[in-house]
Structure formats: structure tokens, C-alpha cells
Design a binder for this molecule. Structure first.
Ligand SMILES: Nc1nc2c(c(=O)[nH]1)N[C@H]1C(S)=C(S)[C@@H](COP(=O)(O)O)O[C@H]1N2
Ligand SMILES: [Mo]
Length: 499
């Protein structure tokens, strides 16, 4: 019983340290929070196959699970520290400081770390042992006085409140920084045509023609939602250029604005998977931005883009500048970029998977060569050139659905960016003939297209398959491939039961 109490003291002292460190991080750099830094380091060190497995198995919960595991591990060690402190305070406190030390190393190892980022760790290294000492003292008094128990209870409550308040105040402070909703976007000189009404209302269960921001898939290496202020944001264009240039947010907004409907796709999306979304993007042409620095005589073959934390993504220069609508984007569906999707500025380059094109929280564009510099995913074995593969997905009915015999509407979306869009979609039931599906309205070559097919279903078990053909005549391949290293392929097929 007494042991359990001391283990609890260790955990509580650690939570006080974490809570106050979180507050200190919010005041300096939210990404420098020790728990997040440890979690990010774990992500970066995780081998690619394990990472892929985690994304496949846990989906977007993969990060919550990771942070949870890191936290659980820390708290187990915290309990051990409490137990050790029961006999010798210095040993327990030493373990706590050592824990913070590991976190501090993780904080400093981040590419964009600066010395101020150590502040939260210092706060934790002071607060956790101090809380443990206080708990130890009160515990000792409890043995010698009648009010002792009450004092212990009070101390525990006060410290728990402090830990919680630290964490909450940290959140509040973070919220108060320049928010996306404070930004007024310019109107585009080159607007997108009105997006036609999709099949949303006609085909129940089909993916919406335009993905609302709140529903847009999110894939990145971050555990937190980066909180970046637009006021002190800058973009630097450097490397093999005529002159190095640095732009502020207002400089960027003053440039000619283009608006385009573009469907973004993640290389980790498996056939039929959810990591794809269609949105209306507002931004400056990437070539206009690069021209400010002058890339006429460059020997570079890649654009290495760097985010606010030093994470890098590389894009083949020739593809990014071949005339496609590559954007340095500030708006998404009529609003400033949400923080999850790169506020204040990100890249959007149609036709290339996000991991080689769609840098969020953009800070730097460096013209260089693949020999000279390797981006984050290049170091992890992913391809450097990965055009989005033609793909069709069945949204309705769902796999293994129980359906009533009779008219069934099969429907979904298909995409073939930078290949002239979708020219046709075909459906096949049980290895029968391929039948043309009806296409929804056209949202442009870089946008996905909805489709549906009326099927008269007869009782039994049936296999439905779909395939697409691009506007340039290229058919979707049936050859199966896993996402690694340049995107999944194969046909989306599913089984349903009709009775
Ligand atoms: N800074 C940064 N940008 C990033 C990533 C990242 O991990 N960090 N992930 C990329 C990947 S893999 C994809 S698929 C797209 C996803 O963009 P979204 O989250 O807005 O849908 O962002 C890209 N941009
Ligand atoms: Mo991705």
C-alpha cells in the first residue's frame, strides 16, 4: 500500500513537470514540448515497413497511439522513480532528471532546434523533482501528526490541479497566436470555373465532389498541429539560383493569384483507401515564385522544400515547372489553409503524390540536385519520382454489405491527374463483361470524377470490380503493387451479399 502511494507520487510529480513544460513550450515554441519531441524522434527512427504497417492498421489514430505509448512508458518509469525516492530521494529524483535529459536530447536533435527550445525541459527538470520532494516531505509529516493525512490529500490535489492547469494554459496560449481566421485572402486574378454540382445528392453514399476542409485527409510526420503565425512567416528561395530571395506573407499575397481545383493523393493510400481529397486551392504559381530568384541557368534537378521544423520534401524540378498548375498555396476551399493543412503556406502540385509535392508549413525552396541533398522520405527509400497512378474507388456499396435483390447503385470516384482527367470508368460483376459506368460532371483534368452504375442484383454472393481510363487513353493497370516505394496499383474489388 505504502509502495503504491510512492509510485503514485512519482507519477504525479512527473505530470506536474510535463504540464508546466507544456506551458513553457506554448510560450516559446509549441513544437519543443518534450513529450512531442520524443514522439517525433520515435517516428523518424521507425523503419519504413513498421510505419506503413502503423498507418494501415491504425489509420489517423496512429499518432494518438504513439503519443499514448510514449506517455505510458514515461509514467511507468515515473512510478519507478517514486518507489526509488521512498528509500533515497536523490536516486528517484535522479531518474526523473535523466528522463527529462532524454527528452532534451530529442528536443535539440530536431533539425530546426534552437537553444531556447531547452526551456521546457529545464522547467520539467526543476518542477518534477521539486514536486516529488514536496510530496515526500508531506508524507513524512503525515506519519507524525493527525492532520497529516489531510495535508497529504491537499498537496496531492494542489499538484494535480497545477499539472492540469499547466497543460490547459498551454493550449490557450497556443490558440491566441495569429489564427488562420484573421487572414483575409485576395481574390484570384485567374479564378477556377464554377465547380459543377456533383452527384452528391443523386448517389447516396458517394464521396462528396468537393471535400470539406474538416473532412480532408491528413498525412504528415507531425504529432502536433503546428501553430505558426502568418506575421513573421518568410519564404526563402535559395540554392542554385541567380539570387537568394526572401518573401514575407504580404509579399506573397501581393503576387498574381491563381485558383485551381486539384485532387491531392497520398502515396500511402492503398487501392480503395481514404487518403485522397478534392479541394479548391488558391495560391501563387510556383514558377512565378522561382522566377523571383532566377532559375534560368540552374544545374539543379530537384526543388528541396523545407517546412518550419526542418523537415524536407523533394520535387523533380522538371515536372514542377513543366506548365502544370503547381501552386504556392494560401487558400483551401475559400478559406485560409487550416493549420492541419499547412497554414500559412504550403505547396500543391497536381499529379505528384503528396510526399514529393505538397509541403505544408513551407519555409524554404532550395534548388539543388538529388546527388547533393536527400529529402526525408528519400532517405527512407521512397521513390524520388512518383506520378499519381490512375485509380478508381468504389464508395458504395461497402465491402461485405448485405443488399436487397433488385436495383443497386454502385458508385464512387476516380482520378487521373495530369493525364487528361478521367475519360471513362467501367464496372464488372463476377468476372462478367466490363460495363461503362456513367460519369459525373467534369471538374477539370487535375480533379477527380464521380461515377455510378445501376446494377440489377440477383441473390447470391457477388464480386464487384472497377477500373478507369484516363483522358490521354491510358488505362488503369490491374497489376497489384503496394504503396512502397511509388504508390499502390491494382483494381478496387469488393464482395457483397444479395438476398
Ligand atoms: N511539412 C510537411 N508537409 C507534408 C507532409 C509532412 O509530413 N510534413 N506530408 C506530405 C504528405 S505524405 C501528404 S500525402 C500531404 C498530405 O496533405 P494533407 O495532410 O493536407 O492532406 O502533405 C505532404 N506535406
Ligand atoms: Mo503522402
Amino acid at each position: 500500500m505504502r509502495r503504491l502511494l510512492w509510485a503514485g507520487y512519482g507519477v504525479l510529480a512527473t505530470l506536474v513537470g510535463i504540464g508546466l513544460a507544456h506551458l513553457a513550450a506554448a510560450l516559446t515554441d509549441p513544437a519543443a514540448s518534450p513529450v512531442l519531441a520524443v514522439g517525433s524522434t520515435v517516428i523518424d527512427l521507425t523503419p519504413t515497413p513498421v510505419k506503413e504497417w502503423a498507418i494501415r492498421t491504425f489509420g489517423s489514430a496512429d499518432k494518438a497511439i504513439l503519443v499514448g505509448s510514449v506517455l505510458a512508458g514515461v509514467l511507468v518509469l515515473a512510478a519507478v522513480a517514486g518507489l526509488l525516492a521512498r528509500r533515497r530521494f536523490a536516486v528517484g529524483a535522479g531518474l526523473l532528471v535523466a528522463l527529462v535529459g532524454i527528452a532534451a536530447v530529442a528536443v535539440l536533435a530536431r533539425p530546426a532546434a534552437d537553444p531556447l527550445d531547452l526551456l521546457p525541459s529545464v522547467v520539467a527538470a526543476l518542477a518534477a523533482p521539486a514536486a516529488l520532494r514536496l510530496l515526500g516531505r508531506t508524507h513524512a509529516c503525515a506519519a507524525t501528526s493527525d492532520d497529516g493525512r489531510r495535508t497529504v490529500l491537499l498537496t496531492v490535489t494542489a499538484l494535480a490541479a497545477m499539472a492540469a492547469a499547466g497543460g490547459l494554459a498551454g493550449r490557450l496560449v497556443t490558440r491566441l497566436r495569429t489564427r488562420p481566421e484573421d487572414v483575409t485572402l485576395p481574390t484570384p486574378g485567374d479564378p477556377a470555373p464554377p465547380l459543377p454540382r456533383g452527384l452528391d445528392d443523386q448517389v447516396p453514399g458517394i464521396t462528396r465532389f468537393r471535400t470539406p476542409n474538416a473532412d480532408f485527409y491528413r498525412v504528415d510526420t507531425r504529432l502536433d498541429v503546428p501553430v505558426i503565425s502568418a506575421d513573421d512567416w518568410t519564404l526563402t528561395i535559395d540554392g542554385d539560383v541567380d539570387r537568394k530571395v526572401t518573401l514575407g506573407f504580404d509579399d506573397l499575397l501581393a503576387m498574381p493569384m491563381v485558383e485551381r481545383d486539384i485532387t491531392l493523393t497520398c502515396v500511402s493510400n492503398s487501392v480503395g483507401g481514404p487518403y485522397v481529397g478534392g479541394a479548391r486551392w488558391l495560391g501563387v504559381r510556383l514558377t512565378d515564385v522561382l522566377d523571383l530568384a532566377g532559375i534560368g541557368s540552374t544545374k539543379a534537378d530537384q526543388i528541396l522544400s523545407t517546412d518550419f521544423a526542418g523537415m524536407t520534401i523533394s520535387t523533380p524540378l522538371a515536372l514542377a515547372t513543366d506548365g502544370r498548375d503547381a501552386l504556392v498555396a494560401v487558400g483551401m476551399n475559400g478559406e485560409p489553409l487550416p493549420r492541419e493543412h499547412g497554414f500559412p503556406v504550403r505547396l500543391v502540385i497536381p499529379g505528384l503524390y503528396g510526399f514529393i509535392s505538397a509541403t505544408k508549413w513551407l519555409r524554404r525552396l532550395t534548388l539543388t540536385t538529388y546527388d547533393e541533398r536527400q529529402a526525408y522520405w528519400t532517405e527512407r527509400g521512397w521513390a524520388t519520382n512518383a506520378p499519381i497512378k490512375i485509380s478508381a474507388r468504389i464508395d458504395t456499396p461497402k465491402a461485405l454489405a448485405d443488399l436487397d435483390a433488385g436495383d443497386v447503385v454502385v458508385g464512387g470516384v476516380a482520378w487521373a491527374q495530369e493525364r487528361g482527367g478521367i475519360a471513362g470508368v467501367q464496372v464488372r460483376v463476377d468476372g462478367g463483361p466490363w460495363v461503362d459506368a456513367q460519369l459525373g460532371p467534369d471538374g477539370g483534368d487535375d480533379y477527380w470524377r464521380q461515377w455510378f452504375h445501376r446494377w440489377s442484383a440477383e441473390p447470391g454472393s457477388h464480386r464487384i470490380a472497377v477500373r478507369a481510363v484516363a483522358g490521354n487513353g491510358e488505362p488503369q493497370t490491374a497489376a497489384r503493387a503496394e504503396p512502397f516505394p511509388d504508390g499502390a496499383s491494382g483494381l478496387h474489388e469488393l464482395l457483397v451479399r444479395v438476398s
